[in-house]
Design a protein around this ligand. Sequence first.
Ligand code: 3H9
Length: 701
Amino acid sequence: MSVVDYQVHEQIGIIWINNPPVNALSSELRNGIHQAVLNAQSDATKALLLICKGRTFIAGADISEFDKPATKPSFNDILGTIESSSKPVIAAIHGTALGGGLETALACHYRCAVGSAMVGLPEVKLGLLPGAGGTQRVPRLIGIEAAIKMITGGNPIPAAAALSAKLIDHVIDGDDLLQGALAYTEQLIADNAPLKRVRDITIDPSSIPAGTFDTIRAQFAVQARGLIAPQQIINCIEAAATLPFDEGLAAEQRFFHECMVSSQSAAMRHMFFAQREANKIKGLPKDTPQRPIKSVAIIGGGTMGGGIAMNFASIGIPVTLLEINPEALQRGLGIVEKNYSNSVKKGKLSDAKKQACMDLISGTTDYQDLAHVDLVIEAVFENLAIKQQVFSQLDKVCKPGAILATNTSYQNIDQIAAATQRPQDVIGLHFFSPANIMKLLEIVRADKTADDVIATAMQLAKTIGKVPVLARVCDGFIGNRMFSEYSREAQLCLIEGSTPEQIDTVMQDFGMAMGPIAVGDLAGIDIGYKVREVLSDEQKGNPASYCIADALVEMGRLGQKTGAGYYKYDAQTRARTNDPEVMALVESMAVAHNITRREFSDAELVLRLILPLINEGAKILEEGIAQRPGDIDVVYVFGYGFPVYRGGPMQYADELGLASVYEQLTRLHQETGEASWQPATLIKTLAETGSSFAQWANEQA
Ligand code: 3H9
């Protein structure tokens, strides 16, 4: 079968689309649809039905073709042909009609869908806007305000909501798409239904108060800071409201092109594919068997353990929470109950769903109660000996084949696995705090972890709505190993002349969800302090990189939890203010370490902070800790608040150009003599051959 087939059923011409996996509108598919609609104009059919095989209606333009030269006929030529068909064209929607898919449906005269279908325009999530008439047709159907909300949000809506919004015309009873769509089409023929063209709907410009679009643009400049696409979407919708349809389409084309060639969209498209690539495990066949996970136990009912438990209860998997004594257990269950209650208060969860989740979580203080669970996740204090004790206990009580996971963020999982007689069943599942919310799950394979355990963990992550990335064992794995270089550099910039406020503001302006100094206050400055307590001076490195943090901890300023750290915090509002006492400390520390403080430009700060991420990321690739550069980007965007529109540190490095990255690292290495600035061999090699991380990843695939 080709990507488009034509079949006549009584009075109806059925245009079958078959372009797995998601019927993306490749140029071949566009041509096929175009030809089928043109040919059908002269046959005896009375209406045309556009319907897809496989799991979904058209899920959008083929994103992988965006970097290739445009082909003819264009999207708008094809949609114009559909819209001007002499016989009604009906779109039959199942699965997800997204982006160019929904735009195709909107060019049809009628749209029907099964109840489970979703429709949406997610282009904004790729740094784009709907470029095939979506910004012109949607406001004509649902109004300006609703269109702005839908297109700038990018989230799909269910068929019922699409029906009430008038985006679709009919919801099919039951789930037989073909029969339902044929019946609907026959009814339209019987009724002699007119050719309804969305382009013919007019928007009365006088119904929109003067200045409306300027106000909305200003709102989005704050709400979607730094993003190009939302602003361009508003420009397009303004064009829909003020210009004739064809001029609006032309404006949309111009704005679409501006988005398409932007580095923001390149980065976001990179992230789309990187996230999907990260699911694939090199050397592991797709059909690797998986172990069934029908019950889970969590060791440790702290904030982390409680948050992890919620992930499973929320999807109906029973969880046993184990704590050391009844008091700790009650505290743990209390944390979970409070988190669920907060969701109820915010209207995100019903009382009934909260109760159903709580009913799935039971508590125990007895390891014997874990004898039958399929998966155990240990989330106790970060201490190797304690974790080894836990695993040796688990080894005694858990059934054969149970997966034994640790949530450690930096301990050696090979050593944890060695505390059991079944190292093949041991794996790292590194959740990020708050574990019920943060998307990233670092899955850490130890030396002896079995393939089916890895495959099970990767699938399980998706089942609980996480974004998995596979790593190998090293200190801090992918994310924290890189983050410690970034934090270290922030400390050095601070002592050398910057301020907490400058560092945080610059990094937030770069797009980070939070600056590194503020992150220290949020996480607790004592965490690093405790880690350093067991390190030798040599392991601790340059004292200038931790002396301020140590002094703050010794002053009792542990961060937000004590109301003061690098900043002071208001007890009620948690609003932060700069503290002259901290600046006095910074200055005295600079004197103590013979450092003459100087001014930093914002650009220099960004470079000083991002380069260590890139350099350490490259070392992680050389060592095979991460499978590919895109995986590192996924870790940083989903776990560390790196701006998605910069695509993660490795994509950002490619944008800077590896030759320039190498030159800067070499300069810093020569100037400071710090070993950490020694450029990674991979960067040197790629820079010398004019290559990039992306090209390298393709060669390695
Ligand atoms: C657009 O339409 C612009 C227009 O305005 C026109 C402008 C002129 N293209 O996600 P999955 C691949 S922009 C190419 O794992 P799921 C994906 O890479 C587009 N490939 O499945 C993966 O490949 P692999 C607007 C695509 O069931 C495989 O399909 N549309 C595309 O979890 C399975 O994907 C969107 O942004 C694509 N458009 O989710 C929708 N989509 O197996 C993007 C998917 O090799 N797509 N692939 O790893 C999605 O949101 C999800 O894929 C979907 C299915 C919900 C459809």
